[in-house]
Design a protein around this ligand. Structure first.
Ligand code: C5P
Length: 293
């Protein structure tokens, strides 16, 4: 569709909303506010949703969504991208608008950040577009109001995450950067609140992030049993990943249903993607790498 004349000269800025992976997710307690106290190592893939933005002078925030998972998504004030834009604009005291396009490549309600990554990418994008001078603490406050995973999605690098998601600290684990990763989702949307609500309230202990081996051998996703009750097919996705040659670890991310596997080399990952794609043509798969700091 041709852009209106006024928009032709406006620079177009782009961002990627990187998919978030919980390499391990330990749930330690249910808090009095209903949220859960977590210990997690967040990493991000090199790929994700795409966002573009252009300035507009009429003050409107106009979101359009395309891509394989655009269907049914709200483009109004319930969308986290629009909420992020409104929150940033109000903080900055601006009256500017933006034309934002979101290309939804990642399945929704799938444990890999989705809307949170989109909201964080929108904050990064509009901070640049509107030249907002905002300090990191204020940006983190806005991010947490949008969702528990949004603060970590701002930097989208390897981070240790605590609290309900507000305690974030960049954390590099040797050997992890650039590692080939395969994501598999059986395309069953899973409600985060429902999966947290089904956690058995047994604290199985802290997360040791001292090495990749410790994360693999001692790390857990404590939400797997609850998510598998909601969507038993998650067990099939995990089993099919674990059956592939060369898998270093296969685990569920977040509250599911996306599961991931790490590999030593890209050719082995691609062979696994091909095998799973042929065995389960209705499932979603994405081959990527762990984003480097
Ligand atoms: O913060 P966000 O809106 O992403 O959380 C969605 C839901 O997931 C919350 O309403 C809550 O039920 C659950 N949740 C939780 N503990 C967290 C994060 C999310 O119980 N640390």
């Amino acid at each position: 569709m041709p852009l209106p004349d006024a928009a032709v000269d406006m620079p177009l800025l782009t961002e990627t909303a990187y998919a978030k992976i919980n390499l391990a997710l330990h749930v330690r307690a249910r808090r009095d506010d209903g949220y859960h106290a977590l210990e997690s190592l967040f990493v991000f893939t090199e790929d994700g949703d795409g966002l573009t933005a252009q300035d507009r002078d009429d003050g409107q925030i106009d979101l359009s969504i395309n891509g394989p998972f655009a269907s049914g998504l709200d483009t109004g004030t319930d969308n986290l991208v629009v909420k992020a834009a409104l929150a940033l604009r109000s903080h900055a005291g601006l009256s500017k608008g933006a034309t934002i396009r979101l290309t939804k490549n990642l399945p929704v309600a799938s444990g890999i950040g989705g809307g949170s990554a989109d909201a964080a990418a929108a904050l990064r994008l509009l901070t640049r577009l509107w030249r907002v001078d905002i300090d990191a603490a204020d940006l983190a406050t806005i991010a947490l109001q949008l969702g528990s995973d949004v603060p970590a999605c701002i930097a989208s690098v390897s981070q240790r995450v605590g609290g309900r998601g507000e305690h974030v600290a960049q954390y590099d684990v040797a050997g992890l950067a650039d590692m080939p990763i395969l994501l598999v989702n059986p395309l069953v949307p899973v409600s985060t609140a429902q999966v947290f609500g089904g956690w058995d309230r047994i604290d199985r202990g802290p997360l040791d992030t001292s090495s990749l081996d410790m994360l693999i051998t001692q790390g857990r996703n404590d939400l797997e049993p609850s998510a598998m009750k909601v969507a038993p097919v998650i067990g099939d996705a995990l089993a099919s990943l674990r059956a592939q040659p060369g898998v270093k670890i296969a685990r569920m991310s977040g509250s599911g249903a996306t599961c991931f596997a790490l590999f030593y080399d890209a050719a082995t990952r691609d062979a696994a993607a091909l095998a799973i794609g042929m065995a389960q043509p209705s499932w979603w798969t994405m081959a990527s790498r762990i984003r480097q700091i």
